[in-house]
Write a new protein. Structure first.
Lengths: 114, 118
């Protein structure tokens, strides 16, 4: 399966600022996904990012707050904009691995907003 | 929409005990089912999966059988070890189920924190 490098691994940010999280995959993949894992909670899909098209956002998530880029088949970024303490979560990148009918996850970015 | 319900923890067992973590799902079609594990301080790893009814996924001594009639995918292990202590997530995807071509991404349960005591 694909190997995903995600960075930063963690960050502490001031409210009102923005953070961009990077996700690099070691092979070309069609579909990439961004999830949020709030403290003590499960994972919630934020959006699906396909190369060459606009990201598709799930209910409750909007592009102004979580803009996503997907410039090629191995890279994507998620920006958390105008942060508040409620945005403190782990953000995870994931890719679809069609051959094995599964999904691989990055190690996550632990974000704390103060 | 799709949903996954799994028993909430923490679940505390002694080493070598038998483990069952229940998972049931609601889906419009026949999804693929997964168990992911998150060890302390680590990322999410695929533990096992099943893509159609009656399939049994297995890995590292863990097993789960896709039961369409009861819409369940319970995780079992015959003898747990301290190293199995982690959070376990049940999840589903419409992407490769029998009906195919469904929504993208995974729907997760809330996770079950498993603690194994020596």
């Amino acid at each position: 399966s694909a190997v995903i490098s995600q960075k930063p691994s963690r960050d502490i940010c001031q409210r009102g600022t923005s953070l961009t999280i990077q996700c690099q995959v070691d092979s070309q993949v069609t579909m990439m996904f961004w999830y949020r894992q709030q403290p003590g909670q499960s994972l919630t899909l934020i959006a699906t990012a396909n190369q060459g098209s606009e990201a598709t956002y799930e209910s409750g998530f909007v592009i102004d707050k979580f803009p996503i880029s997907r410039p090629n088949l191995t890279f994507s970024t998620l920006t958390v904009s105008n942060m508040s303490p409620e945005d403190s979560s782990i953000y995870l990148c994931s890719v679809e691995w069609v051959i094995n009918y599964g999904y691989t996850f990055g190690s996550g970015t632990r974000l704390t907003v103060v | 929409g799709n949903s996954v319900t799994q028993m909430e923890g923490p679940v505390t067992l002694s080493e070598e005990a038998f483990l069952t973590i229940n998972c049931t799902y609601t889906a419009t079609g026949y999804p693929s089912l997964f168990w992911y594990v998150q060890y302390p301080g680590e990322g999410l790893q695929l533990l096992l999966k099943a893509t159609k009814a009656d399939d049994k996924g297995s890995n590292k001594g863990f097993e789960a059988t896709y039961r369409k009639e009861t819409t369940s995918f319970h995780l079992e292990k015959g003898s747990v070890q301290v190293s199995d202590s982690a959070v376990y997530f049940c999840a589903l995807s419409d992407r490769w189920g029998d009906s195919g071509g469904g929504a993208d991404g995974l729907t997760f349960g809330k996770g079950t924190h498993l603690i194994i005591q020596p």
